[in-house]
Structure formats: structure tokens, C-alpha cells
Design a protein around this ligand. Structure first.
Ligand SMILES: [Zn+2]
Length: 168
């Protein structure tokens, strides 16, 4: 579908758009153009990523794919610990902020700190959504929706394949 490019490439500072989403939408998928236009601290060629990542990790992190709901063991991970980026080991989420959203994807009401993840807007399924990616390597993680628990009201809907879990 022919979206206006300048609109597609608009970054948002936060997850404000997600608040307008009434639906308990899935993590969604599709290539996020905005993310590809800047250089991240961890920057590799496509060939390097293909070599270093598993096929499913590559599909999620580099092609903004979406894993099947309830397919990741991390959805049920209840131990204390830290969730890191499967692409670059950046610390992304803490078990302290994880909750069971019932969606089948690991869900968090905030990232581990303010610099861990970044967001962009995607229109892959026809309306704007807040895409969330690793701040260090740009790897796609999932989306942020506005139906999470307090105190943030946010739901970071994250593909388990995009993360590794380090028990505390
Ligand atoms: Zn990363």
C-alpha cells in the first residue's frame, strides 16, 4: 500500500500513539523502514546478522517478523532476572516489570531503563502503531500498546525470540 514516506518515517518520542489503540492487538509484523535509516551503536552488515542469528531470530529482529502467540518459553518465564537482546546482549527488560497479559507474548509495563529501547511508528497493517526496537542494535522487538497495567498503562508486547533470559 502506498503510504506517505515522510509520515512513515516519523519517529515518536514515546508510546503516545499506543494509547489510542482500543484493541488488544497482536505484536504484528512487517519491515520497519524508519529503523533502517540510522546507524546504531552495534552495526553489522546484513550478511553478518544472517551468520550470527538463528533463522527465527533474524526474521524477528532484522525483518520485524512476529512469532506465533504462546510459542516462546519466555512468555511463561517467571523467575527473577533480566531479558537481553538476542542480537547484541543489550539489557532490555527486567522480570520486575513483567506481567501476564494473556496475549501469548512476553509482556512488560516498562523497559529496564529509559535508554534500553526506542520506538518508531509503523503503518504495516494500515494504521499507526508504536514499534519498539533495541536502542543498541536497532533489532525489532515488538510493539507498545496502551492497555497495560499501572503505573505506566503501557504494554510492551515483545517477541520472546528477540530476547535471551539471564536468571538473577
Ligand atoms: Zn540489540
Amino acid at each position: 500500500m502506498p503510504f506517505n514516506l515522510s509520515t512513515r518515517r516519523t519517529f515518536v518520542a514515546g508510546a503516545g500513539l499506543a494509547a489510542a489503540m482500543p484493541l488488544l492487538a497482536s505484536c504484528g509484523g512487517g519491515v520497519v523502514e524508519a529503523r533502517k535509516e540510522r546507524t546504531f551503536r552495534v552495526s553489522k552488515t546484513d550478511a553478518q546478522w544472517r551468520r550470527e542469528l538463528s533463522r527465527s531470530e533474524y526474521r524477528i529482529l532484522r525483518e520485524a517478523g512476529t512469532e506465533r502467540a504462546y510459542s516462546s518459553p519466555l512468555d511463561n518465564e517467571k523467575r527473577a532476572g533480566t531479558f537481553t537482546c538476542a542480537g547484541c546482549n543489550n539489557r532490555l527488560y527486567s522480570s520486575a516489570h513483567k506481567y501476564d497479559s494473556g496475549t501469548g507474548w512476553p509482556s512488560f509495563w516498562r523497559s529496564i531503563d529509559s535508554g534500553a529501547v526506542e520506538t518508531s511508528t509503523d503503518y504495516n497493517i494500515g494504521y499507526p502503531r508504536t514499534e519498539v526496537h533495541c536502542a543498541d542494535c536497532g533489532g525489532h522487538l515488538g510493539h507498545i500498546f496502551g492497555d497495560g497495567p499501572q503505573p505506566t498503562g503501557k504494554r510492551h508486547c515483545i517477541n520472546g525470540v528477540a530476547m535471551d533470559f539471564i536468571p538473577a
